[in-house]
Ligand binder design. Structure first.
Ligand code: PLP
Length: 396
């Protein structure tokens, strides 16, 4: 008999994936243009031109054995050096190549980090709303999920609830800013407040409470918003980065873990990261795309199309009477179910071929996520449907 927990995970796909697969089938029946699919976070903006150029250059100039062979388990030394240099210069911290572990994207960065840090029964605090896969990753690593609610119009974490949730059992706290699914960005003040409470708890516990910063959306911000670099606020930090969204390369599976150079017990924690990567079979991230990274650090796909989408979608939905969180980053808009029932509202929308994701699985029942990394045409086609449903719900 195969592992029953894994069967359950395989049989019950994520709500997001279910809706996405449904949309693909539905498009075959009613036509591409008649399904408004806002289900998944697949970047709609092409990768920057530099990506294609560097790919061609590498293929033309690198001997195939070097291009397609294994790298060191933690990554190609030149790539780790380039990433460390970039982080040091950009964020003013002391990263060295020995603090960098190349991974297959943020999902791998997170699972490796959690396996490296957790012992059975350790608690991991996440702030609602949160990426649903956190629950899968934390529980697989033996941890227990503790959810802290959001508050206010900007969906900032409820810091009183956070203080009450921290305990001797807390081993890690995950922050995700800009946030999937709300588009909220943590301010430096809030991050410092979180860090202050974690330092206090670490002292009480006699062992660090680790900050895991999940950062695939760091560069996708609007209106001049800046995203504070977590290592500057808190030393016991692992940044789980990915190039999936910033460079529109989600299928290439490339990212890294950056362990803060000043972290307590740095050498042993890095050894645990290497050990977790080994145990999970996540060694030697895709080498061709590792080698692309030095030429691409600091580049970002053109986010102006996402900003345009956000403006159009947000202003239209608000004008129809919906309650939404104004996204400040990432490419998701969080919308309140008019009657508080996210599943029922999602179903009403699905029946009109408007695919948006109920957010109970994100720890926020009563809300839905709209991924606006789509074409403007899809948004314009969907707006009359949103408006009609708003009228049916008596919103205006
Ligand atoms: N973390 C968050 C918050 C995400 O939204 C995603 C993907 O959508 C991931 C992690 C996983 O990203 P990757 O494709 O780099 O594994």
């Amino acid at each position: 008999m195969p592992n029953s927990k894994m069967i359950a995970l395989g049989e019950h796909r994520s709500v997001i994936r279910d809706l996405f697969e449904y949309g693909m089938e539905r498009k075959k029946i009613v036509g591409e243009d008649n399904v408004f699919d806002f289900s998944i976070g697949n970047p709609s903006i092409p990768a920057p031109e530099a990506v294609g150029k560097e790919l061609v250059r590498l293929i033309e100039e690198t001997p195939p054995t070097a291009l397609h062979g294994y790298s060191s388990a933690a990554g190609d030394p030149a790539v780790r050096r380039a990433v460390a240099d970039y982080i040091r210069k950009t964020f003013g911290v002391n990263e060295t190549p020995d603090d960098i572990y190349m991974t297959c994207g943020a999902a791998a960065s997170l699972t490796i980090s959690l396996h490296a840090l957790l012992n059975e029964g350790d608690e991991v605090i996440v702030f609602a709303p949160f990426f649903p896969e956190y629950r899968v990753f934390i529980e697989k690593a033996g941890g227990v999920v503790k959810v802290v609610p959001a508050q206010g119009e900007d969906f900032a974490p409820d810091l009183d609830a956070f203080a009450r949730t921290l305990s001797e059992k807390t081993r890690a706290v995950i922050v995700n800013s800009p946030n999937n699914p709300s588009g909220a960005v943590l301010s430096e003040e809030t991050l410092n407040a979180i860090a202050g409470m974690m330092k206090k708890q670490s002292r009480l516990s006699g062992a660090p409470v680790w900050l895991i910063a999940d950062e695939p959306y760091r560069e996708l911000v609007y209106d001049g918003v800046t995203v504070p670099y977590p290592m500057r606020c808190y030393a016991d930090t692992l940044v789980c980065y990915s190039f999936s969204k910033s460079l529109s390369l989600p299928g290439e599976r490339i990212g890294y873990i950056a362990l803060c150079h000043e972290a307590e017990d740095r050498d042993r924690v890095f050894a645990a990261i290497c050990g977790a990567g080994r145990a999970l079979g996540f060694v030697c991230a895709p080498v061709l795309f590792q080698k692309m990274i030095p030429a691409l650090l600091g580049q970002t796909a053109d986010v102006s199309a996402y900003r345009k989408n956000r403006d159009l979608l947000y202003s239209s939905l608000v004008s129809y009477g919906y309650t939404c969180v104004r996204p400040r980053g990432a490419f998701y808009l969080f919308l309140k179910a008019p009657d508080g029932d996210d599943a029922a509202f999602g179903e009403t929308c699905r029946k009109r071929d408007l695919l948006i994701v109920p957010a109970a699985g994100f720890g926020m029942p009563g809300w839905l996520r709209v991924s606006y990394c789509v074409s403007e045409k899809t948004i314009r086609g969907a707006l009359p449907v949103f408006e009609k449903i708003a009228k049916e719900y008596g919103l205006k």
